[in-house]
Design a protein around this ligand. Structure first.
Ligand code: GYE
Length: 345
């Protein structure tokens, strides 16, 4: 009878202690604990000693590629805001669209022995050496937003959008706007970035396969910025002017720059030249409401919560998917005014 009582008491104590300890701290097997506690008088047991030490604050290094667009600002704010909400020690670095700055930042994160490194790679190539250094230091690496062309074992996962799919969606929207016929100019994103490479591929693939009467007559980079988008559109208009029926811009900022160029040239953006771009930032909704932009394909920049979920899973030793997609949709001029109030970026 005494034995049974002791065992029952042990069970209750185990539950109490277990309630405030982390599952990761692997409680001793029940049988062992039962024997130990059965030999100890209840008043001698000190449950408070069994409390685990305060969870260590997570330290995360994040190499952001720049501040070139509205999208990027929203992405940065999402990462910084979420770190603050979760009490994560975030080491944030803005590379101003220069890969060498990103490499420097990553090396400094290694020196600081952060727990996880997040990188939004400005271009796809040239990462292998520094990523190997990260791996050798035993630090898990997460690719955020853009991809890097490296062997899969050099990073834990990629979190971001399906840029090729965005390009395909943009092509279908353009084909609808042009009734399957017309000349298009294209403003590409940063040369060599996965966002530009895949948005170009997806768009071209659909146009070539399904719409033989649509021609991409000019395609040049505007580096994802408004200023460059305007400048390159001016050049397109100078050479091809009224021969252009459609503009596909790899992001909204370049489209907004181009809209200005089209107006200065004396044409009506959204009417004389149909415009489809990518991102779905607030500026695009305003342009749609003004009738100057036709469609924006969404690319979600609010990656902070998903990014830190992944960081926390990795540190807790939980498995994570190699590709974590972000959810996105398509927004058209007709519903822009109704959609705008609920947009977060
Ligand atoms: O579309 C563009 C930004 O990599 C998805 O980069 C991102 C792109 C985004 O500059 O606006």
């Amino acid at each position: 009878m005494k034995k049974i009582f002791a065992l029952l008491l042990t069970g209750v104590m185990m539950m109490t202690i277990g309630g405030c300890s982390k599952p990761a701290s692997a409680p001793a097997p029940a049988a062992d604990a039962a024997t130990q506690t059965a030999e100890t008088k209840p008043e001698e047991a000190k449950p408070e000693e069994a409390k685990p030490a305060e969870a260590k604050q997570l330290v995360v290094g994040y190499s952001q590629l720049g501040a070139e667009s509205e999208w990027r600002t929203a992405c940065t704010n999402s990462v910084k805001g979420e770190a603050e909400t979760r009490g994560i020690d975030l080491k944030f670095s803005d590379a101003q669209q220069k890969q060498e700055n990103q490499i420097k930042a990553i090396r400094s994160f290694i020196a600081q022995k952060v727990d996880v490194i997040g990188v939004s790679p400005v271009v796809e190539s040239g990462w292998e050496t520094v990523f190997k250094e990260v791996k050798d230091a035993g630090i898990p690496l997460v690719l955020v937003d853009r991809k890097a062309d490296v062997p899969e074992d050099l990073y834990v996962c990629f979190l971001g959008s399906d840029f090729k799919e965005e390009g395909k969606r943009a092509a279908e929207e353009m084909a609808t706007l042009l009734n399957g016929k017309g000349n298009i100019v294209e403003l590409q994103g940063t040369v060599g970035s996965s966002a530009a490479v895949e948005r170009l591929d997806g768009f071209k693939e659909v146009i070539e396969a399904k719409y033989p009467d649509i021609k991409i007559i000019k395609s040049q980079t505007g580096d994802f910025t408004r200023a460059k988008g305007k400048e390159v559109m001016e050049a397109f208009l100078k050479s091809d002017g009224k021969n252009i029926q459609g503009l596909y811009a790899h992001n909204d900022d370049m489209a907004i720059g181009a809209i200005q160029a089209i107006e200065e040239y004396g044409l009506k953006p959204g009417e004389d030249i149909k415009i489809v771009s990518v991102d779905a930032v607030k500026g695009a909704f305003e342009a749609m409401i003004a009738g100057k932009l036709n469609v924006t394909v969404e690319c979600n920049p609010l990656l902070g919560p998903q990014f830190f979920d992944v960081c926390e899973s990795i540190v807790a030793g939980q498995p994570v998917e190699k590709y974590i997609p972000s959810e996105e949709g398509i927004y058209r001029q007709e519903t822009a005014a109704a959609d705008l109030p609920s947009r977060q970026y």
